[in-house]
Design a protein around this ligand. Structure first.
Ligand code: NAD
Length: 481
């Protein structure tokens, strides 16, 4: 087991290949083509020296940092995928995450190939200045080998990184490419002031919510689980309160679900009567952890949250969390995979036999890359979404409202009038684009499953859909017979 509770012996990339092979058996493609889709096209493993500063002592030394960037597929360019900062980063993990990105982009019709980056560091040990130096040096290494650029490969945040790291990346890239008019499109997940798009920070969690809500809206699928439709009133638990976990939980709570368990790296907290998410977050911030949290049962083993009695479990930390060891004790009826690869194939078999619905990572957490796509489009078009049409829409709506008032002789109240007049701004457009994407993709996966009675689970259906889409981009180009 690693520090984060992951099974370190399990090859994550091999697990992704297993899922791929299971799905490929339902398709009729040439083995060579399937092998090409499965393979990681480019693996860049790097080592670079950085002057690091110990956070506690302030002592400086030179450390050699291990890092990776993997481009899984260039069937569409640019490649796209987040950058992870974790002491557990290794080549196998980055390859697996890059492969998942290819399939994820295909499922949500985002025209990118899959990629992923990783830097093997424990952020807690370093000062902010050191993390900045590492980020800028990593970016320089990517630039040197032509592994970054709006038309080549576009990183984004992942575990351990966020807006801050993305803004260092774009700043470093700009220093080396001052004449590149599309330089801001070299990375997504940037702060708004650095070319980011409104809604990106919340996008993955919002997508987890939209996807789960869609699954829960179908009575025919909820009945075998013994659940009613809708999110309201459902009990849910979250592992990991980072970007994905926190925002997923926030949208579930806003929709009326009851948060009965959370886990962070130090412990799990369970309360069947419900936890106050914002209070938990505030406590974590103020106390540097949750071990002393007073309003729930604190269990020192964070993995305990996975076994909480709930309707929906959202693993939103890391891969290989639900294994054949703990799968028999999982009580949730739906597993909504916020993290990448939280269930091993062996665990999945056990869960499917228990009639658990697993909404797979490569679909459910695709909200991040979907909105990253919007951000990239914004950077290439050099204009904020909604800027051209917002006022025009409002003026047109005003004409309609006046005409309705004239014809009916009724005056529309000021609140209703405001709602009717308002044109969409950037955040409205991003969120509605995300909602539409998640709903459409869910039905595409479900329809794939319904069309082929032998496909029994959503992950296999999602892989079938993804492989089909990637394969068709080779065959329609005439690259493959
Ligand atoms: P993050 O760094 O913002 O948060 C992860 C949180 O999980 C941290 O607070 C960490 O302390 C906690 N954690 C780690 N191990 C834990 C354990 N064993 N038990 C409980 N908590 C634990 O990372 P993130 O961006 O939210 O990413 C989480 C997962 O979601 C990863 O698998 C990532 O690949 C995936 N993902 C992220 C995005 C994104 O946009 N950030 C998009 C798609 C998928």
């Amino acid at each position: 087991m690693s520090k984060n509770g992951r099974r370190t012996t399990e090859s994550f990339f091999r697990n992704v290949e297993r899922y791929f092979d299971k799905a490929a058996a339902f398709l009729n493609y040439d083995t060579g083509l399937l092998n090409q889709i499965k393979a990681c096209n480019s693996v860049y493993q790097m080592r670079f020296p950085v002057v690091v500063e110990d956070k506690k002592t302030g002592k400086q030394s030179v450390q050699v940092i291990e890092a990776y960037r993997v481009q899984h597929s260039q069937h569409k360019v640019p490649c796209k995928g987040g950058i992870r900062y974790s002491i557990d980063v290794n080549q196998d993990e980055v390859m697996a995450l890059a492969a998942l990105m290819t399939y994820k982009c295909a499922i949500v019709d985002v025209p990118f190939g899959g990629a992923k980056g990783g830097v093997k560091i424990d952020k807690k040990q370093y000062s902010d200045e050191t993390i900045e130096r590492i980020t800028r040096r990593y970016t320089t290494e990517l630039i040197k080998k032509n592994f970054i650029g709006a038309a080549i490969d576009v990183p984004a945040p992942d575990y351990g990184t966020g807006e801050r790291e993305m803004s260092w990346i774009v700043d470093t890239y700009l220093a080396f490419h001052p004449n590149d008019i599309n330089a801001y499109g070299c990375v997504t997940g940037k702060p708004i002031s650095q070319g980011g798009v409104r809604g990106r920070k919340e996008a993955t969690g919002r997508g987890v919510y939209f996807g789960t809500r869609e699954a829960c809206s179908i009575a025919e699928d909820m009945r075998p689980l013994g659940l009613s439709t809708g999110i309201e009133g459902k009990r849910f638990a979250v592992q990991g309160l980072g970007n994905v976990g926190y925002y997923s939980a926030k949208f579930f709570v806003e929709a009326g679900a009851l948060l009965v368990g959370v886990a962070e790296i130090d412990c799990a907290i369970i309360n069947p009567k419900g936890l106050d998410l914002e209070h938990v977050m505030q406590w974590k911030q103020e106390h540097g952890g949750l071990l002393q949290y007073p309003y729930g049962k604190v269990i020192k083993n964070p993995q305990a949250v996975l076994e909480v009695d709930c309707d929906i479990l959202i693993p939103a930390a890391l891969e290989n969390q639900i294994t054949e060891e703990n799968a028999p004790r999982i009580k949730a009826k739906i597993i909504a995979e916020g993290a990448n690869g939280p269930c091993t194939p062996a665990a999945e078999e056990i869960l499917l036999k228990k009639n658990v619905m697993i909404i797979p990572d490569m679909y459910l957490n695709a909200g991040g890359v979907t909105v990253s796509y919007f951000e990239w489009l914004k950077n290439l078009s050099h204009v904020r979404f909604g800027r051209m049409e917002k006022r025009f829409t409002e003026n047109t709506n005003l004409l309609f409202v006046r005409e309705i008032e004239r014809l009916t002789g009724q005056h529309i109240g000021s609140n209703e009038r405001k709602l009717l007049l308002e044109g969409a701004d950037e955040e409205d457009l991003v969120n509605s684009g995300l909602e539409d994407t998640m709903i459409t993709a869910y039905h595409a996966i479900r329809d794939t499953m319904k069309r082929n009675k032998k496909i029994k689970d959503l992950r296999t259906a999602a892989f079938v859909l993804a492989i089909d889409k990637v394969a068709s981009s080779y065959t329609t180009l005439g690259i493959w017979p």
